[in-house]
Design a protein around this ligand. Structure first.
Ligand SMILES: [Zn+2]
Length: 274
């Protein structure tokens, strides 16, 4: 028999006729030798059955071996596919991080803290082109009515990676003195002055770094809220500023009760101590 798909069909045909070709003549041969043709025919049919069983068993085993071989081939191929995927994933990751640190944002600092931007933690951008980290934006919502510390507008929106190509600027803080600071409320400022004393709040957990020899509510001071004490350097560091001249960066607020205060949230916002 000729079959275009190959040896499998040939094997099936073999299983059909091989038992009869071998078994019947063999049985008849035995019958002739014993001079009993009837017994020979019966023996021939039996022989054909035995050969048929043996042939089918042979084909089953061959099919099983072929199946096992196919499974092994598949198992060898799988790890190769996974390796390719891992390399591809790494490539995509490194490309993405290059994009998020694109040259358009290189060197641009958080407009509130003055720290380098970390795109992985989320970015916000104001219409005036300054940028904020997510934590700075949260702070401005809580403490500055969501207003930008550069243009004082509420035009800060999340910055998406697809927005790259937009320009950005750092926000140079206004340098203020004891004679002009009231005009800069709501802005980010730097101020340099002698620390006359450190005052703790009644709870003992918030601190005022006093720059004037006046009461807490009347004089200019830098304040560290309770939730930022650790980030600014801890109680020991803050108390140690007394009697030093420091330069600070922060949001200048005019608080209804506590008066003018420069809010500092990070150690990096204490720019200089001497
Ligand atoms: Zn702005």
């Amino acid at each position: 028999m000729i079959h275009p798909s190959g040896s499998s069909q040939d094997s099936d045909d073999l299983a059909k006729w091989l038992p009869w070709v071998i078994g019947i003549p063999f049985g008849i041969g035995i019958g002739v030798l014993t001079h009993n043709v009837l017994v020979g025919i019966v023996a021939g049919l039996g022989g054909a059955g035995v050969v048929s069983m043996l042939t089918e068993e042979y084909l089953r085993r061959r099919a099983r071996r072929r199946q096992e071989h196919l499974q092994k081939s598949t198992q060898i191929r799988k790890p190769a596919t996974q390796t390719r995927k891992q390399i591809l994933f790494k490539d995509v990751g490194s490309t993405a991080s290059r994009l998020s640190l694109g040259t358009d944002l290189a060197g641009i600092l958080d407009a509130f803290t003055g720290e380098p931007l970390n795109p992985a933690l989320g970015l916000y951008r104001c219409q005036c082109q300054v940028f904020y980290s997510a934590s700075s934006f949260d702070f401005l919502r809580e403490e500055n009515g969501g207003r930008c510390v550069s243009c004082k507008q509420t035009s800060i929106v999340p910055f998406a990676r697809t927005d790259f190509g937009m320009t950005g600027v750092s926000c140079p803080p206004e340098i203020v003195t004891l004679s002009n600071y009231p005009g800069y409320a709501g802005r980010v400022v730097t101020f340099e002055g002698y620390v006359r004393r450190i005052s703790a709040s009644r709870t003992g957990r918030a601190y005022a770094i006093m720059f004037e020899d006046k009461t807490w509510t009347r004089g200019l001071k830098a304040v560290v809220f309770t939730r930022h004490v650790v980030d600014v350097g801890g109680t020991h560091f803050i108390n140690g500023l007394s009697g030093k001249t420091i330069r600070v960066r922060g949001l200048l607020q005019r608080h209804d009760i506590y008066g003018y205060q420069i809010v500092v949230t990070r150690r990096s916002m204490i720019l200089e101590v001497r």
